[in-house]
Write a protein that binds this ligand. Structure first.
Ligand SMILES: Nc1ncnc2c1ncn2[C@@H]1O[C@H](COP(=O)(O)OP(=O)(O)OP(=O)(O)O)[C@@H](O)[C@H]1O
Ligand SMILES: [Mg+2]
Length: 231
């Protein structure tokens, strides 16, 4: 589905990602694990074309995204939910969801019912302003907005950050439904290990911009966790 090969990324003179290589299997939830500042967000932005200088290849269904303009990538079926969610505080919930259509392949502009079925709270709050929602509701809104793209791959950057535990649980359930019921592949940045272990099927560990290990989630050893993650 997604294959990263020899990926390097730079901010000016500073070399952030070093020779990354890993695959994201179709229908997996692959978790990018690593401490603060190791390059997780830079990796997501490199995939989306939002990082300044990237070399190597990011093959998505065989096409190299690195050679493609950023605005051509989302219409290929890749949705990106950035760290901090970035919903529009002044727009209503429904208007926020509809902004997802800007990058969409869909010809219709109606919010599909199934999105509200997945997130009933958003239907109840359709007319409220995005800024009035709780952190957990805003995260659900960010996922809903990504879904109108009808993506086959969703990149999520720390969706559980700053959200109360019961809602984290619900967001985990939604991620599992996306991969199991809707054939969506998820590439998830996550620092909370219990959450990653629950929803993730595969993992990639980054440390200081380099790949330290990757594999299936059940292969993630305590030794790796102690060496490269906060426990
Ligand atoms: N726009 C930028 N310009 C210059 N350096 C940057 C920029 N964005 C990030 N960096 C640097 O690149 C490195 C990786 O940052 P990045 O945000 O990718 O890490 P992260 O793993 O997502 O961190 P966090 O867990 O805190 O979100 C850090 O050293 C950071 O200071
Ligand atoms: Mg980050």
């Amino acid at each position: 589905m997604l294959s990263i090969q020899n990926l390097n990324q730079y901010y000016g003179q500073s070399h952030t990602l070093w020779d990354l290589a890993f695959d994201v299997p179709a229908n997996s939830c692959t978790c990018i694990l690593g401490r603060n500042g190791v390059g997780k967000t830079s990796l997501m932005q490199s995939i989306m074309g939002l990082a300044p200088k990237v070399t190597g290849s990011v093959l998505f269904n065989g096409e190299n995204l690195v050679e493609m303009a950023a605005e051509k990538r989302a219409p290929k079926g890749i949705a990106y939910i950035p760290q901090g969610r970035q919903i529009f505080a002044q727009l209503t919930v429904e208007e926020n969801i509809r902004t997802g259509f800007f990058a969409s392949r869909a010809s219709h502009r109606r919010v599909p019912d199934e999105i509200y079925q997945l997130f009933p709270v958003l239907e109840e709050m359709k007319g409220r302003r995005g800024g009035d929602l709780s952190g957990g509701q805003q995260q659900q809104l960010a996922i809903a907005r990504a879904l109108v793209l009808d993506p086959t791959l969703i990149l999520m950057d720390e969706p559980a950050e700053g959200i109360q535990p019961t809602i984290v649980q619900e967001i985990g359930d939604v991620i599992q439904r996306l991969t199991r019921e809707r054939n969506i592949t998820v590439l998830l940045v996550e620092q909370k290990l219990p959450f990653a272990r629950r929803v993730g099927t595969d993992f990639v560990v980054l440390d200081r911009g380099r790949l330290q290990a990757s594999g299936e989630m059940h292969e993630l050893s305590d030794e790796l966790v102690q060496q490269h993650l906060n426990v």
